[in-house]
Design a protein around this ligand. Structure first.
Ligand SMILES: [Zn+2]
Length: 265
């Protein structure tokens, strides 16, 4: 995908398998056969996006790392493939200049540090929302790997590499981050065209048809639903495409708002 001179390449670190129950106890598969196509389960990616612009090689989200988490039928995550995907497009870990984590759930920051808490991408600045520091790194979030937490604290103590984002900010020319509650979304723009990289603000386009379907990760489901609706409205603009980190096949799409609304890829 080329947006002006900026190249955006989707990569997956592995598989995120979800049952309808992932989206809430009330979620039913009927009418969504294409999503729950494999034995009643959705097989979604653990997505990342490589954004190359001028001198900068930017990774949006850093996968799960070589780890897995099995929550039974609701959710299974298996990571580990990101470095392979990068190598396949000619990018070495030392080439990455910036990593933007849309948030610090374990499936978005898993490759920041290795098991000894050493940086996997030795030259990368790490950008994430300032509120995530208290919640994920110092605070109550149960699902954060210890080596990631340790690596972030060590980087913070050294005063290097971390860019905590407290307001809408430019990462590189044509690459901006905007604060959505609990989240950063990344806006890549050039010559009147825009791409929104949504992280988990919208987990799956099915939430356009099923606005009450939420995600296990939503801290505040009511607020999360309001944010999703705002983002879907932005995606009614024909010059704006979007993709989230777990969209099926990491396909970009937008909202067609002609008769009713539907997701168009
Ligand atoms: Zn996620």
């Amino acid at each position: 995908m080329l947006i002006g001179d900026i190249d955006i390449h989707p990569l997956t670190d592995g598989t995120f398998r979800a049952s309808p129950g992932y989206f809430g106890d009330h979620a039913r598969p009927e009418g969504h056969d294409d999503l729950f196509a494999h034995d009643g389960m959705a097989w979604l990616p653990i997505g990342c996006f490589l954004v190359r612009t001028g001198e900068r090689t930017i990774l949006v989200d850093a996968g799960m790392g070589p780890r897995m988490r099995d929550d039974g039928p609701r959710r299974l995550l298996v990571g580990g493939q990101l470095l392979l995907g990068l190598r396949a497009v000619g990018v070495r870990t030392g080439d990455v200049t910036d990593i933007v984590c849309t948030h610090l759930h374990a499936d978005h920051c898993g490759w920041l540090f290795d098991a000894q808490a050493r940086p996997v991408f030795p030259h990368a600045e790490i950008w994430f929302g300032a509120p995530d520091w208290a919640h994920f790194v110092m605070g109550p979030e149960a699902w954060m790997f210890d080596h990631i937490r340790h690596g972030l604290r060590t980087a913070e103590a050294a005063g290097t590499r971390l860019r905590l984002v407290a307001e809408d900010t430019t990462v590189a020319p044509g690459v901006d981050v905007t604060m959505t509650p609990g989240h950063l979304s990344v806006i890549v723009s050039s010559r009147d065209r825009r791409i929104l990289l949504l992280g988990d603000a919208i987990v799956c386009p099915v939430q356009l048809d099923e606005p009450t379907w939420h995600s296990i990760g939503d801290v505040d489901p009511v607020l999360a639903r309001r944010v999703r609706e705002r983002l879907f409205r932005e995606l009614e603009d024909p010059d704006t495409l979007g993709a989230g980190a777990h969209f099926p096949e990491l396909r970009f799409g937008r909202v067609l708002a002609a008769q009713g609304r539907r997701w168009l890829t």
